[in-house]
Design a protein around this ligand. Structure first.
Ligand code: IMP
Ligand code: MG
Length: 177
């Protein structure tokens, strides 16, 4: 059992929805004319974000998922990224949008984009709902970011602490009491 904590709201569901609307318009412009965009969600934290994002995207899309591990159940990145579940489909010659929940140290996004780039997509872009730039250890930035946040441990909107709180409709920060 983890120590008792409360969750303080940081980004409301309404603010997230408004940001996704704006980002979707930019993504649609970037990929205008695509015959097929493969939207790749990184499990499990991006599952809510990707669901809302693709419903705002006015493009022909396919959805696929990839699972990478770096955190385990704790609050610290292990810095060693393993692929636990690979994509079902091929991405060679395809337009790809990688969807991540949070870019923290940057190890996960760096590893995943390197691996996918080696498969020869026509174009690959990345989007992260949240970015914690002060925590970065690998020089990488998503092409689109929902919100930059300070060095706080957050949950909700798909994001967990020890697998809990993914179902909160907003982003909140964990505060131990
Ligand atoms: P990175 O490899 O250090 O950039 O970590 C990326 C992954 O760590 C994210 O996809 C999240 O799953 C997890 N992570 C980073 N920060 C948080 C947080 O504040 N709450 C929950 N998970 C986090
Ligand atoms: Mg993750």
């Amino acid at each position: 059992m983890s120590a008792p904590y409360v969750i303080d709201q940081m980004i409301s569901a309404k603010a997230i929805a408004a940001r996704i609307e704006a980002l979707s318009a930019e993504i649609a412009r970037e990929f205008e004319g695509t015959s097929k965009l493969v939207v790749v969600g990184l499990l499990r934290g991006s599952f809510v974000f990707i669901a809302d994002l693709v419903r705002e995207l006015d493009l022909p899309v396919e959805v696929d998922f990839l699972e990478a591990s770096s955190y385990g159940d704790g609050m610290e990145s292990s810095r060693e990224v393993r692929i636990l579940k690979d994509l079902r489909g091929a991405i060679e010659g395809r337009d790809v949008l990688v969807v991540e929940d949070i870019v923290d140290t940057g190890f996960t996004l760096h590893h995943v984009t390197g691996m996918l780039a080696s498969r020869g997509p026509a174009r690959m872009k990345t989007i992260a709902l949240l970015d914690k730039p002060s925590r970065r250890e690998v020089d990488i930035k998503a092409d689109w970011t929902g919100f930059e946040i300070p060095d706080e441990f957050v949950v909700g909107y798909g994001i967990d602490y020890a697998q809990r709180n993914r179902n909160l409709p907003y982003i909140g920060k964990v505060r131990f009491v």
